[in-house]
Design a protein around this ligand. Structure first.
Ligand code: FAD
Length: 108
């Protein structure tokens, strides 16, 4: 099975990078496809206990993916990542800095 930490780092890089290049004004169709992507991702994520907890988190109404703009989606992804950070006892990331970290760039 994949290394859970390495898989996680690679996956968050992909997910935050997707939000960083997401349109500022996505079409209704892309918004539907994006919700669908998150849903499918949560079923296919190759760490079963991670996937299962992520699916449960997604089921909570207030955690529904916000995909109406790059900023909304980027912040939503940051919140999703923070939920995992909290679960693992890691520091919570300041979501006002998501774009600086993942779009305009600073080094890890
Ligand atoms: P990571 O958490 O991988 O973060 C990488 C970099 O992202 C950080 O260095 C920081 O610069 C930046 N970052 C941190 N927080 C945020 C944020 N909120 N928003 C934006 N950028 C941020 N691991 C488990 O052990 N158990 C689990 O149940 C589990 N569930 C997961 C569920 C999902 C959907 C994913 C994608 C990963 C999951 N992981 C899980 C992996 C876990 O989240 C980490 O990726 C892994 O522990 C490695 O952590 P890390 O400290 O190297 O940094």
């Amino acid at each position: 099975p994949p290394d859970v930490a390495e898989l996680g780092r690679s996956s968050w890089t992909l997910l935050h990078s997707i939000t960083a290049t997401y349109p500022t004004a996505p079409s209704p169709q892309l918004q539907t496809e994006t919700r669908s992507f998150i849903h499918t991702f949560s079923k296919l994520y190759p760490c079963w206990h991670c996937a299962s907890d992520f699916q449960e988190w997604l089921k909570v109404d207030k955690n529904a993916p916000r995909v109406s703009s790059r900023d909304e989606f980027g912040r939503w992804m940051c919140e999703a990542h923070n939920a995992v950070n909290v679960k693992l006892g890691k520091n919570v990331f300041d979501c006002n800095k998501w774009e600086e970290r993942w779009r305009t760039g600073w080094k890890d």
